[in-house]
Design a protein around this ligand. Structure first.
Ligand code: AMP
Ligand code: ZN
Length: 141
């Protein structure tokens, strides 16, 4: 059974209580256009059930979610004539998450559209990088 959070706008959209520009629906997932797009055709893909972040998603959702992302991603690219596609996903407010129902952004991209998403930095030295890789690896459960 789909868990619904009464204060969650995406739960209300999934339940049909608030309208959306729907582009695809499967048994467990829903996709609709973002109301404030980076580019027209920017779509959101989400599980219908309420899970706050990616870190809370049950593994059994994985297959339907991945298929939905690829299916909708192909359609977004074809419909908009995009040259590329970004998959974006924000978790927690510090990372820019505004709606606390896990969701994925599919953003159509165009040659020379001028968007620069990731300013990059560098590690001080390789030991810092390798040490952090080991710390993370030891914590993967
Ligand atoms: P995030 O910052 O990853 O939590 O993204 C939330 C996204 O949901 C934003 O890009 C909003 O524009 C979008 N959004 C919020 N409310 C709606 C809505 N009712 N219909 C479509 N998109 C929405
Ligand atoms: Zn929700």
């Amino acid at each position: 059974m789909t868990y619904k959070d009464p204060d969650c706008i995406f739960c209300k959209i999934a339940a049909g209580e608030i309208p959306c520009a729907k582009v695809y629906e499967s048994e467990s997932c829903l996709a609709f256009l973002d109301i404030a797009p980076v580019h027209a055709g920017h779509a959101l893909v989400l599980p219908k059930a309420h899970h706050p972040t990616l870190l809370d998603l049950p593994a059994e959702l994985g297959s339907d979610l991945m298929q939905t992302l690829a299916k909708v991603g192909r359609a977004v690219m074809e419909a908009t004539g995009a040259d590329g596609l970004n998959l974006m996903q924000n978790n927690f407010e510090a990372a820019g998450q505004l709606v606390h129902h896990a969701h994925f952004h599919l953003v159509p991209r165009f040659e020379d559209d001028g968007l620069r998403l990731w300013p990059q930095t560098a590690y001080d030295d390789p030991e810092e990088m390798n040490g952090l890789a080991k710390k993370i690896a030891d914590l993967v459960k």
